[in-house]
Design a binder for this molecule. Structure first.
Ligand SMILES: Cc1cc2nc3c(=O)[nH]c(=O)nc-3n(C[C@H](O)[C@H](O)[C@H](O)COP(=O)(O)OP(=O)(O)OC[C@H]3O[C@@H](n4cnc5c(N)ncnc54)[C@H](O)[C@@H]3O)c2cc1C
Length: 464
């Protein structure tokens, strides 16, 4: 048999397209298994795009296992709870307790961080583990049969496996890299290698998000705003078609705001400047404390909220190219799970690749990866969209009923604080409509152990 027909044994040569949170996490997970990993990022460097991001326990479990706890602890804020507030008065209508509730319930904490710090920590860790990360390497084309990518500079790179972690939108890197042609709003790996015969368009919602930060010293200078930046809480004001999720990041150096509102913007353009007057007008008549906060915002970014439809597959016909993260399952941010799911993908994929004896096994094992991950991600995509509908109700009987049901967790906390055994409370038979606190959805979401689940499923499915 000629040498080229001998199936390759691990360690494999793996190309990852995209150094977002998903691509970098995958690089770490695969390096930990000993594979040769090269990450190709179109942007010339890591940037400060975006602001705060929430890291839920289903991610912190994996990040700790990868040895990143110490690095992250230097950059995170550890919030006590998420307070859901009525948009106009600021009255607390629901609570999701986080610290120490999450550690007690799921074994791992819930953190807040600046996205740039998170990405830098993952990038440093990937490089320290031995991954090669090349910036300014914009992938123009991906060939699923020859297992190659072609870069914008004409260079062709080959691998045993290609992972498309190129997100819902490659626009940010195209904008920053003058040599890269305008790429459209698709993942190139998905478009050219995984689903070449289908056109996948993101599903735009009617909402956009403004993102802004206020310097901590400006917040501290106002006695009323001081508590927002100094107390480690997330606050989420909810009203008709709008919400503002706000929390401190970078040890209180910045107050982070994500403001969802009905509006128009280019899909996937992560850094379009927003108009400040327009931004304030969206929240006119809201809790007066927000007027004060928004007055301190000097610039904001705006982008259209969109998700992906359910894809027919994540793995190429050749079985040598696979999608992860937003390229496979972009979701709206109403459960703050997009990056968390990309991190779960990374851990799961590394376990799957470990079960191969040679590159010949990739097709079967990647299809198992898809079987493991797709239903969970699709349920979270759907849950995220539904949670937005629950938050964005107009005032009226439905909203009154929602608020009454959202009080459930507050009543339990009050009972606990008063020393009343919670099992003695009358059962309402209702669950918290806010998915973050729903007694079935929350443990399913936050308690997930991607590595244990992957191995249990691999044991089962590879026997069939
Ligand atoms: C307003 C908002 C708030 C959010 N909040 C949270 C939150 O609190 N928690 C959470 O878990 N998630 C949150 N998310 C979701 C999260 O941001 C995304 O799900 C996550 O960033 C996806 O990571 P990714 O690596 O898959 O894709 P991306 O972050 O999009 O990274 C893709 C990378 O690939 C590069 N790239 C693209 N095309 C090419 C190419 N052809 N060649 C080379 N490189 C390329 C891009 O430059 C980019 O660096 C939020 C999203 C939004 C919009």
């Amino acid at each position: 048999m000629p040498t080229c027909d001998i199936p390759k044994q691990a360690p494999y040569n793996i190309l990852i397209v995209g150094a977002g949170l998903g691509g970098l996490a995958t690089a770490i997970a695969l390096r930990k298994k000993g594979h040769n990993v090269h990450v190709l990022e179109g942007a010339p460097a890591l940037g400060e795009v975006g602001a705060g991001i929430q890291i839920p326990p289903n991610s912190t479990r994996l990040l700790e296992a990868w040895g990143l706890k110490d690095a992250l602890m230097k950059k995170i804020v550890w919030p006590k709870a998420i307070n859901m507030r009525r948009y106009d008065t600021g009255a607390v209508i629901g609570i999701t307790p986080l610290d120490p509730t999450m550690q007690k319930a799921y074994g791992y904490p819930y953190w807040l961080i600046h996205r740039a710090d998170y990405q830098q920590i993952l990038c440093d860790a990937a490089i320290a583990e031995g991954a090669k990360v090349t910036f300014g390497a914009y992938v123009l084309d991906c060939d699923q049969d020859n297992v190659t990518v072609t870069l914008a500079n004409g260079e062709v790179l080959s691998a045993d496996l290609i992972i498309g972690a190129d997100g819902i939108s490659p626009l940010q890197c195209a904008k920053r890299n003058a040599n890269a042609p305008y790429p459209g709003i698709k993942s190139r790996v998905r478009e050219f290698a995984v689903m070449p015969e289908e056109i996948v368009e993101p599903r735009t919602t009617t909402n956009c998000a403004y993102r802004a930060t206020v310097p901590g010293e400006l917040m501290r200078a106002d006695p009323e705003l001081k508590k927002l930046i100094e107390e480690p809480y997330s606050n989420c004001w909810i009203g008709y078609r709008r919400h503002i999720m706000a929390y401190p990041i970078r040890e209180g150096q910045l107050y982070n705001l994500v403001m969802s509102h009905p509006g128009a913007a280019a899909v996937g353009k992560w850094n379009e400047p927003g108009n400040l007057d327009e931004m304030k007008a969206h929240y006119a008549g809201w809790d007066p404390i927000l007027d004060k906060v928004l007055d301190k915002v000097k610039a904001c970014l705006k982008w259209k909220l969109a998700d992906l439809p359910v894809l027919s597959r994540w793995v190429s016909r050749s079985g040598k190219v696979v999608l992860i993260g937003d390229a496979a399952h972009a979701m709206v941010p109403y459960l703050a799970q997009g990056a968390a799911q990309a991190i779960e993908d990374a851990a799961t994929l590394a376990e799957c690749i470990s079960r191969t004896r040679s590159t010949d096994d990739f097709g079967a094992v990647l299809r198992v990866f898809q079987l493991i991950r797709k239903p969970r991600c699709e349920k979270i995509q759907k849950g995220s969209m539904e949670n937005g509908d629950i938050w964005h109700m107009p005032d009226g009987p439905e909203q009154v009923a929602r608020d009454a049901d959202m009080k459930i967790t507050m009543d339990l906390l009050a009972a606990e604080a008063a020393g009343i055994p919670t099992e003695k409370l009358a059962k309402t038979g209702k669950s918290n409509p806010n998915r973050w606190s729903d007694e079935e959805f929350q443990p399913w979401l936050f308690g997930h152990d991607a590595v244990a689940h992957a191995n249990a499923q691999l044991d089962l499915l590879l026997k069939l």
